[in-house]
Each structure stands twice: as structure tokens, then as C-alpha cells.
Design a protein around this ligand. Structure first.
Ligand SMILES: [Cu+2]
Length: 119
């Protein structure tokens, strides 16, 4: 019994020295945007981040939203933001090119937001 106890203690001590993994990693910071329930709004609406950072959108609404870059508005021709978000869905995107990325919900056009990516 005593042996089992000390065995357990040594396992716990060993585990406590393991590095703690982080969701952010060394690549960049994770930023959160929430699709607010019953308001057709995003929180925050405007967000400034650094190149390599990731934005994570969470749809806390009970309805579906389609987030998309406004065509021709970003630094490239590529559509940077596009997600059909079912209720409860999470969408993440890592921004690699600096610039301004205005976006909107193409079901509810009044829902707009902007991600500004700085060097
Ligand atoms: Cu919407």
C-alpha cells in the first residue's frame, strides 16, 4: 500500500514538470469575435490584430449566419473570410497578409465587421 502511494506521488511529480500546451502557440495570438444572440451584431465589430494572429468567431445565436469578406475590399483577391455558421459553430482564420478586411453577413447585410491586420 505504501509503495503504491509513493508510486502515485512520483507519477504526479513527473507530470507537473511536463510543459503546458497553449492554444496560442508561438505563431500568434488568438482573438475572439462573438456573433451576438438576437442582435445581428458582432462583438467586437472592429478588431486590430498582428500578422500571424488567428481570429475565432463563435456563433452564439440561434440562427445561421454567413460571414464573408466584402468582395474586392481586402488586400488580395482571395476571399479571406468565408464561413457558413450554424448556431453554435466556431470558425477560425489566421491572417497572413497585412491590410483591412471588411466583412459582413450575406444573409443579414446590416451585420458588418472589420479585421485590421498590422505588420
Ligand atoms: Cu447573419
Amino acid at each position: 500500500m505504501r509503495k503504491v502511494f509513493w508510486g502515485l506521488i512520483s507519477v504526479l511529480v513527473a507530470l507537473s514538470f511536463l510543459p503546458v500546451s497553449s492554444a496560442e502557440g508561438e505563431e500568434g495570438t488568438m482573438h475572439e469575435v462573438t456573433v451576438i444572440r438576437n442582435s445581428f451584431k458582432l462583438n467586437p465589430q472592429d478588431l486590430t490584430i498582428k500578422v500571424g494572429d488567428t481570429v475565432k468567431w463563435t456563433n452564439t445565436d440561434e440562427r445561421k449566419h454567413n460571414l464573408a469578406s466584402i468582395p474586392g475590399s481586402g488586400p488580395g483577391d482571395e476571399l479571406e473570410i468565408f464561413s457558413v455558421m450554424e448556431p453554435g459553430a466556431v470558425y477560425s482564420h489566421t491572417f497572413k497578409v497585412p491590410g483591412e478586411y471588411p466583412y459582413f453577413c450575406f444573409i443579414h447585410n446590416q451585420m458588418t465587421g472589420k479585421i485590421t491586420v498590422e505588420k
